[in-house]
Ligand binder design. Structure first.
Ligand code: AMP
Length: 220
């Protein structure tokens, strides 16, 4: 099964996506993580990607689609994956649909929408801290999910940092861009009868509800 996580930046796609990945045994693929890695490279493409990300703009569809197609041809995602942060536009959703139809015709496809009010999004994003150990990547929140020891990851003991694009100015822009695309994107999945929307207030409750939905969906 391929599970698409939809939601504004800071809605919990990464946190919930990683829990689902662990519970369902599906690889977690985050386009944001892939682009952050590419942006550290000193190539022309790396430089361009860094500019888009740091300003809060989207990376162009052609680049995103090629990147994801290449990733989805790898062995660990041949039976399914949790896609976090992709698609973000209808063009990307169509490209994913066509790619899966061609390459994984039997696979089920479903979207989970994390629907969080804007005011809460801004609070979540400016308080977000991420583990700097890429293999861990645990996500914290200074207010709602603080680490036991300030600045240190509970899971692996590495340093926690704020993402460069997690500031109030950039998050407002990212949120605007999200709203420009989200209605059409959500309609796209609703039309396919493969959309589950939830306002994730308490993490454990939200995960339980999503997993119940997915269990039911698998049996259909
Ligand atoms: P994220 O970690 O998902 O918040 O993504 C961080 C940044 O990476 C975004 O603000 C975009 O600049 C870029 N990005 C990630 N995924 C996509 C995508 N599917 N389409 C376009 N840009 C993306």
């Amino acid at each position: 099964m391929y599970i698409v996580m939809l939601g504004a930046p800071g809605s919990g796609k990464g946190t919930i996506g990683k829990i689902l990945s662990h519970d369902l045994g599906l690889t977690h693929v985050s386009t944001g993580d892939i682009f952050r890695e590419q942006s550290n490279k000193k190539t022309e493409l790396g430089k361009k990607i860094r500019e888009y990300m740091e300003s809060g703009a989207l990376v162009p569809d052609e680049v995103v689609i090629e990147t994801v197609k290449a990733r989805l041809l790898e062995e660990d995602v041949k039976d399914g994956a949790i896609l976090d942060g992709f698609p973000r536009t209808v063009a990307q959703a169509e490209a994913l649909r066509d790619f899966l139809k061609e390459n994984r015709p039997e696979a089920k496809r479903v979207a989970i929408e994390l629907d969080v009010p804007d005011a809460e999004i801004v609070r979540r994003v400016v308080n977000r801290l991420i583990c700097t150990n890429k293999a861990c990547g645990e996500i914290y929140n200074k207010e709602t999910r603080p680490p036991k020891q300030e600045g240190i990851c509970d899971v692996c003991g590495s340093e926690l940092k704020r993402r460069k694009d997690d500031n109030e100015e950039t998050v407002t822009k990212r949120l605007d861009i999200y709203h420009q695309n989200s209605k059409n994107l959500i309609d796209f999945y609703r039309k396919n009868n493969a959309l589950y929307s939830i306002y994730p207030q308490e993490l454990e409750v939200a995960v339980k509800k999503i997993e119940e939905f997915l269990e039911e969906y698998k049996r259909k």
